[in-house]
Design a protein around this ligand. Structure first.
Ligand SMILES: CC(C)=CC(=O)SCCNC(=O)CCNC(=O)[C@H](O)C(C)(C)COP(=O)(O)OP(=O)(O)OC[C@H]1O[C@@H](n2cnc3c(N)ncnc32)[C@H](O)[C@@H]1OP(=O)(O)O
Length: 257
């Protein structure tokens, strides 16, 4: 596939997707959606890839859904097309995706970062859900995912006032896992993704599945689900290899089997 709005590269076992509509601050239109979903899906299917990084530019991860594309849309258009439903496919990606966020991550940009498995932020990052200022509200998951990340009070504050949160506040609130100098952002995110990609892919994918299950089920069901996945990992060569390598004081050689 030829991509026009994103750059797609591999770095060893890591797939790197860079949003590249720079003049529009990476505003997310339907072409970006289709291309990001296709790239993530291709990396997901590639046995040589163990993890992904999604990033934007130093000025903007993404300044939101494309306002110019949405401006003339009617209720009937939005409802009958189930506008934004396409992003659900991105959230079904089974390999880990790290969002490396510099600059603005607003509206759909913040929502896209939250669809990833964790967020590493550059120290210039600014997060916000300013949809209220446009006469609408979050529509790509902001009211649900932001609330789960930062709690009701801060999510209400962000969604109702439209204010931005800087990187330090985002880290304090649990929205991002860590903040790094913006010049080191991509390197740090690629390093984290490369670390994940060294591990046994089935255990990585099951870990992602189990953590995500915590958002969808009761504690008792989640604990049972985790334990069953954990049990199943003993069927893999990689469990034998990982534990033997520890005992023999050497690096494991995982085969994803
Ligand atoms: C509705 C739902 C469910 C989700 C959404 O995401 S709605 C969008 C939410 N995002 C926003 O409201 C942010 C909009 N952008 C801004 O407020 C500003 O662009 C800024 C504060 C992020 C940066 O301001 P700055 O002065 O540095 O840059 P601009 O001149 O304003 O922008 C440069 C260039 O990019 C275009 N742009 C920016 N954001 C969007 C967007 N979300 N959709 C479409 N286009 C966007 C902006 O129009 C300008 O291009 P032109 O010079 O060609 O107009």
């Amino acid at each position: 596939m030829t991509y026009e709005t994103i750059l797609v590269e591999t770095r060893g076992k890591v797939g790197l997707i860079t949003l590249n509509r720079l003049k529009a601050l990476n505003a997310l239109n339907s072409q970006v959606l289709a291309e990001v979903v296709a790239a993530a899906s291709a990396f997901n299917a590639d046995p040589g890839i163990g993890a992904m990084v999604l990033t934007g530019s130093e000025k903007a991860f993404a300044a939101g859904a494309d306002i110019k594309e949405m401006q003339a849309m009617s209720f009937a258009d939005a409802y009958t097309q189930d506008f934004f439903v396409g992003w659900e496919e991105f959230t079904r990606t089974r390999k880990p995706i790290i969002a490396a966020v510099a600059g603005y991550a607003l509206g759909g940009g913040c929502e896209l970062a939250m669809m990833c498995d964790f967020i590493i932020a550059g120290d210039n990052a600014k997060f916000g859900q300013p949809e209220i200022t446009l006469g609408v509200m979050p529509g790509m998951g902001g009211s649900q995912r932001l609330t789960r990340f930062v709690g009701k009070s801060k999510a209400m504050d962000m969604c109702l006032t439209g204010r931005m949160m800087d990187a330090a506040e985002a880290e304090r609130s649990g929205l991002v896992s860590r903040v790094v100098p913006v010049a080191e952002l991509i390197e740090e995110a690629l390093k984290a993704a490369a670390k994940i990609a060294e591990f046994s892919l089935p255990s990585v994918m099951m870990t992602k599945e189990a953590v995500n299950r915590a958002y969808e089920t009761t504690l008792a069901e989640g604990l049972r689900f985790e334990r069953r996945l954990f049990h199943s990992l003993f069927a893999l060569d990689d469990q034998k290899e990982g534990m033997a390598a520890f005992v023999e004081k050497r690096k494991p050689n995982f085969t994803n089997r």
